[in-house]
Write a protein that binds this ligand. Structure first.
Ligand code: HEC
Length: 149
């Protein structure tokens, strides 16, 4: 009886380990295939946001706030949670593809801000950009306005 239990636990343990080995986290640059991508654009966009390291500059939740010395955007990397307000889908798409080669300075005589928004044209597929647009729009806080929810 006891022995059977040990065997069951062992088999279950091995099963868990194997399942973990088979589903490692996606390394940078690896794309989901159609079969395992979430069916929801916002959820896929969330993965795109994670995969391309947007959080390094904009924060895990898109709230920004990391210092970007002398940037005209309040000396910080801006938040991305309000973009549903200022951009059409098309404009946002363009913004992601082009990036910002030169970030404006708060003080014209001050140093160039160290961080700029990279353009993603060469890296992202059309679908990834579309999904990312939907994800970014979904971040708009409910409390910020009725119009978008
Ligand atoms: C190296 C840091 C860095 C990374 C990585 C980065 N960004 Fe940015 N991003 C910036 C900076 C700096 C700006 C502000 C540019 C400016 O002054 O116009 C910006 C601006 C933006 C804006 C415009 C915000 C607004 O209020 O107009 C969006 C949207 C955006 N980033 C999304 C993303 C997404 C999505 C990713 C990942 C694919 C990403 N960024 C990766 C630094 C970064």
């Amino acid at each position: 009886m006891k022995r059977a239990l040990v065997v069951v636990l062992l088999v279950a343990g091995v099963g868990v380990v194997v399942a973990r080995i088979q589903t490692p986290p996606l390394p940078n640059g690896v794309r989901l295939t159609a079969g395992d991508a979430p069916s929801n654009a916002v959820e896929r966009g969330r993965l795109v946001y994670r995969r391309y390291g947007c959080a390094t500059c904009h924060g895990v939740d898109g709230k920004g706030g990391f210092p970007n010395q002398n940037a005209e955007t309040d000396g910080k990397v801006p938040a991305v949670i309000y973009v549903a307000e200022g951009y059409t889908d098309r404009e946002l798409r363009q913004r992601l593809l082009d990036g910002t080669p030169t970030v404006g300075k708060a003080d014209a005589k001050g140093p160039r801000p160290p961080y700029r928004m990279p353009g993603w044209r060469a890296q992202m597929t059309d679908r990834e950009v579309d999904d990312l647009v939907q994800y970014l729009k979904s971040l708009y806080p409910k409390s910020a306005g009725e119009k978008w929810r």
